[in-house]
Design a protein around this ligand. Structure first.
Ligand SMILES: Nc1ncnc2c1ncn2[C@@H]1O[C@H](COP(=O)(O)OP(=O)(O)OP(=O)(O)O)[C@@H](O)[C@H]1O
Ligand SMILES: [Mg+2]
Length: 405
């Protein structure tokens, strides 16, 4: 029976997927401890910078954010988690989660009055700002208090609202930590309002903060939004795992299922994936499914590679590719022709037989879609690891060069 020739796919521990909790969260102990200390300091009203996790696609920002949140909850902190989609306003995504946090705080006797005042602030905030941000939809539990967070100006009103949240949190002996994923999609004026509101709260030692995650461009965007953003936040770079951590991410989950992997096989997985977490999960999964028995050998990894790449092409890479216009695809294909990057704008333009200026809008569009970013002025590189190789697979040959410009 064929079944006997393979390991049980049902117990396959690996978990490729956006935000999928990995069987082993490798290499993140130090940062977890660091952020935990910061949040505990914040709760005590001690100075502590919050963090913005920045990194390429698939490095594990979301699962790290989730773990930080779990740890914070274990410590008794009040957390909310939101994701900034490309097309929604920050006040719209903040309002419902702040409401939940405030309702929760209002259950504590010591914080009740302040939390209710926070809910009044929220009512003023939402009803006034709805004129500008029509997508705000939030249940209102109390009448607004005239003059409280109802100026209709995002920066001022958000400041007042977060101050109220902070006061209630302090009275409850906790901290409110707002986790925001994909923060690079928030528009700059809204980002500026958020940074400014948090700055005020921090000056007053109020226990309310944001822990964020986003693509590498987030750092520059926050700095442009408010020059003092760097005094308020650190921007730890979340990257591929070291070979040692990558080995752990592969070996531990197998061992927990009673399966061994030969060191040469582990090494080949590390080589193929360059330690990128998403790729590690994909290679782990397919190697497991293809291997006839424990121990898993190097040739099993070799045999699984084609399927791992095909799976990535159909999911991880494909979802990004499908959102591109033909012009954007050609731009990325030209970049791929030059290699992994970063590349000078002039070189990309030359590759396309165009001028840098005429390609400006295309490049800007790709940055706002989160496909590329600019590590230094005039340089461009992919936000998706190994995207150059994917582009060559999906648009092979030279035909793309001939396609109309
Ligand atoms: N430290 C880790 N060890 C092992 N696997 C991990 C680790 N971190 C993340 N992964 C795995 O990597 C994949 C991607 O994780 P995640 O979705 O958190 O990345 P991301 O940085 O948020 O990506 P994106 O920018 O696309 O949102 C998941 O399958 C997850 O299980
Ligand atoms: Mg993510």
């Amino acid at each position: 029976m064929l079944n006997f020739l393979h390991m049980d796919p049902i117990t396959n521990p690996y978990a490729p997927g956006a935000g999928s909790r990995p069987p082993e969260l490798a290499g993140r102990t130090a940062i977890l401890r660091d952020v935990n200390i910061r949040l505990q300091r914040l709760r005590l009203g001690r100075p502590a910078k919050s963090v913005m996790l920045v990194g390429l696609r698939g490095v594990g920002k979301t699962v790290l954010l989730d773990q930080i949140r779990k740890d914070a909850e274990v410590e008794g902190m009040q957390t909310v988690r939101i994701e900034a989609p490309e097309d929604r306003s920050l006040p719209a995504i903040l309002a419902p989660s702040l409401r939940l946090a405030l309702l929760h705080l209002s259950k504590k006797e010591a914080a009740r009055e302040l939390a209710i005042r926070g809910l009044r602030a929220l009512a003023g905030f939402a009803s006034k700002l709805k004129l500008r941000y029509a997508d705000i939809e939030v249940g209102l539990d109390y009448e607004p208090e005239p003059g409280l967070a109802d100026n209709g100006d995002l920066e001022g009103d958000l400041t007042t609202l977060l101050q109220q949240v902070g006061l209630a949190a302090r009275a409850a002996g906790t901290a409110v930590v707002i986790f925001i994923d994909e923060l690079q999609y928030v528009e700059e004026p809204q980002l500026a309002a958020l940074v400014s509101a948090l700055h005020r709260c921090s000056q007053e030692g109020l226990p309310v903060t944001v822990v964020g995650a986003g693509l590498p461009q987030l750092r520059g965007r926050m700095g442009e939004a408010k020059s003092y953003a760097e005094r308020l936040f650190d921007f730890p770079e979340i990257g591929p795992l070291t070979p040692q951590d990558a080995a752990e991410a592969i070996v531990r989950p197998a061992q927990n299922e009673g399966v061994e992997i030969e060191p040469e096989a582990v090494q080949l997985i590390i080589d193929k994936t360059e330690g990128y977490p998403y790729f590690l999960q994909e290679w782990g999964k397919h190697t497991w499914d293809i291997a006839p028995r424990s121990p898993i050998r190097k040739e099993d990894v070799q045999n699984a590679s084609e399927e791992a790449i095909a799976a990535l092409d159909e999911s991880f890479f494909r979802v990004r590719f499908d959102r591109l216009t033909p012009t954007e695809k050609r731009y990325l294909r030209a970049m791929a022709d030059l290699g992994p990057g970063p590349h000078r704008s002039g070189d990309i333009a030359e590759e396309l037989g165009r001028t840098v200026n005429s390609l400006g809008p295309t490049r800007a569009g790709l940055i706002s879609k989160g496909m590329i970013w600019s590590p230094t002025h005039g340089d461009t590189t992919f936000t998706v690891p190994l995207f150059d190789e994917f582009m060559k697979r999906i648009m092979p040959g030279d035909d793309w060069k001939a396609a109309g410009n």
